[in-house]
Design a protein around this ligand. Structure first.
Ligand SMILES: [Ca+2]
Ligand SMILES: [Ca+2]
Ligand SMILES: [Ca+2]
Length: 334
């Protein structure tokens, strides 16, 4: 069973909360994300240009002055709604080309960014042409700045992983996608498990031919369907219910019997497989109390993991558990 959630802005956290409430076992989930920020690095030795507030962002080489004609696009997504420890199944990024002088498709690559950057609100005053950027403001990313004016990239043109995470042929107009790849999956996995490392991707052309640049619709674009869209399919980590010794999704007499069988055992803290839920490393009264609190005999257990014994044996097991506890309590009281 698969659930699909479109997660944007303030609705994202709520959507995820609702999913958690309705999720049973670990199911694959598909979520879509709009960009948290996007901007362009305009080639400029002084970092004079930016355009983070534009309705488009650019990659490739323009037909402007050769020393300043390279453009690199930056894009980042907030993935905080994907729980750490999830398995990332697939990742794809869709953009839309709004404008180009090129007449044929062009390979462009996604590279994991290695440092943070500012989006700012600068727009190019030369509209609708654009492509040359506007006067950079403080806080903007530029060719030499992560954040203007003082925070510089180690290397002009941005700090990014040399290895491409994905490659696709970018058309001359319309929507296109970087399909899932091991590189994209690895990037997202790393960001989900360590959000402080999530600086997004840099979109790069080989930059060996003038006139290849594309203007992509940015997150500020007025046409929602043209904005960047990241799609991630993932399987969240299994969250075990305290009391569910056999990990079948239900807390019932079977678990009580298993706990009874391990009663008094010293083990590692939170070894649910033995019935240690309280974290003290001993299967004991505290664990039984937790099991009782979460006891849900009517909950649906996974058929594949329900043991063979019939209901009579289950009842006996539960009684055995209760008996063990009573005996030990009497011993301690004596
Ligand atoms: Ca932007
Ligand atoms: Ca169980
Ligand atoms: Ca315990």
């Amino acid at each position: 069973m698969r659930k699909t959630i479109a997660a944007r802005g303030a609705t994202l956290a709520m959507a995820w909360s609702c999913w958690l409430l309705t999720a049973s076992r670990s199911e694959a989930v598909t979520m879509t994300f709009g960009a948290a920020k996007d901007a362009t690095l305009y080639e400029s030795a002084t970092g004079a240009l930016s355009g983070g507030g534009e309705d488009g962002f650019f990659a490739g080489r323009t037909v402007q002055v050769a020393a300043e004609d390279a453009r690199r696009a930056l894009i980042q997504f907030n993935l905080s709604s994907i729980p750490a420890g999830s398995t990332i199944n697939s990742v794809s990024l869709r953009l839309s080309v709004l404008r180009t002088n090129a007449t044929s498709p062009r390979a462009m690559t996604l590279h994991r960014l290695l440092g943070d950057w500012g989006e700012g609100t600068t727009v190019d005053p030369d509209r609708p042409n654009g492509g040359s950027g506007g006067p950079a403001a403080n806080g903007d990313a530029t060719w030499i700045h992560q954040f203007r004016p003082g925070d510089l990239w180690s290397t002009a043109g941005g700090d990014f992983s040399a290895a491409a995470s994905a490659t696709t042929n970018v058309p001359t107009s319309g929507a296109f996608t970087w399909n899932t790849s091991s590189g994209l999956v690895a990037d997202v996995l790393g960001w989900v498990n360590d959000p402080t490392s999530n600086f997004g991707w840099l979109i790069k052309d080989a930059e060996n031919t003038a006139g290849t640049s594309r203007r992509f619709a940015s997150r500020e674009n007025s046409v929602a369907n043209n904005r960047p869209l990241l799609t991630i399919d993932f399987t969240p980590p299994v969250v075990r219910t305290p009391g569910d010794v056999n990990n079948d999704g239900a807390v019932n007499a079977v678990d009580a019997a298993l706990l009874a069988a391990a009663y008094g055992t010293t083990t590692t803290a939170n070894n649910f497989d033995l019935g240690e839920f309280s974290g003290d490393g001993i299967v004991g009264v505290a664990d039984l109390a937790i099991l009782q609190r979460n006891f849900s005999p009517l909950a649906q257990a996974s058929p594949a993991t329900v043991p063979e014994p019939g209901s009579a044996l289950l009842a006996v097991s539960a009684m055995a558990c209760a008996g063990v506890v009573a005996i030990r309590r009497r011993r301690r009281a004596g």
